[in-house]
Write a protein that binds this ligand. Structure first.
Ligand SMILES: [Zn+2]
Length: 69
């Protein structure tokens, strides 16, 4: 499972494998996965990439996601 979230530094959308500990944003900020506010989830990396791309383009609203903890 992949998590889609935003960088707290630059606001860009990122994804990371749920089991990952950290994700380093292209802006240089290091993000702890267990502290991110999850925007959406994806089954695999390809789906996660598609979601992020849509979010980056300010595309369609995300629907049907359940707020995570
Ligand atoms: Zn960033």
């Amino acid at each position: 499972m992949y998590l889609i979230f935003r960088c707290a530094g630059c606001g860009r959308h990122l994804y990371a494998e749920e089991s990952a500990a950290t994700r380093t944003c292209p802006c240089g900020k290091r993000i702890k996965i267990d502290t991110v506010k999850v925007i959406s989830r994806a089954e695999d990396e390809r789906e996660a990439g598609d979601l992020v791309r849509e979010l980056q383009m300010g595309g369609r609203e995300m629907t049907g996601f359940s707020p995570a903890g």
